[in-house]
Design a protein around this ligand. Sequence first.
Ligand code: SAM
Length: 246
Amino acid sequence: MKKTTHFGFKDVATEDKQGMVRSIFDSVASKYNLMNDVLSFGTHRLWKHYTIATSNVKVGDKVLDIAGGTGDLARAFKKKVGYSGQVVLSDINAAMLSEGRKNLINNGTTDVQFVQLNGEQIPFVSGSFDCVSIAFGLRNVTDKDQCIREMYRILKPGGCLLILEFSKTDIVLLEKCYDFYSFNVMPQLGKIIANDEDSYQYLAESIRKHPNQEILKQMVLDAGFGACEYHNLSGGIVALHKGIKI
Ligand code: SAM
């Protein structure tokens, strides 16, 4: 029998998920930044700012951003590591990576490397990065445990993992409003602005299927990280998990 996994609320053959996710991001790439600002009312910028500010990344560090898409984190990390450091912006999707490259050039950020890669099979040697980040990417990865193990492998001892991802709020009223917004407003905005209702329906569904804060924390520890803590943002709609390789 074929192994299955979820793609939003649908069950699909595990081997098909990657291609289906690729189609979503091929479709949204050119409007990705605009939609991010509209759908989150600009709040994604604050979530990312918090991630960078609490990352402990310093001048000279080597940072890999996985599923980096249009490059918000990579651009901010480059400012932190300076010219003696190195930032690699990576993504599985060529269209997203190419938007990322354009954005970085337009913002005057140079000296960032671009690598098209799958977070489940990272083509870097073990112990080579001080920090590895993945923002709003993990829920799209087919084998999340494998991706976290790979992120563990490429970190140096003492290195830091940052997972910024949609999560679960336990504030009942907020959850109700958020559910209404996600399933009624978001797909309609996707239809009006990007002519793409389905991708934004997938976004809402994939968020609901993603592991909650405690489960993700356990996944990080199971991958070998010696410590993991998380911080809820916007009442738990988003959480930042930070793992340390000891
Ligand atoms: N990190 C960016 C941000 O926060 O704005 C982009 C996030 S976007 C929602 C998710 C990204 O995950 C897409 O660019 C997609 O191509 C990428 N992605 C999905 N599956 C992936 C995988 N297996 N490996 C690497 N990137 C992947």
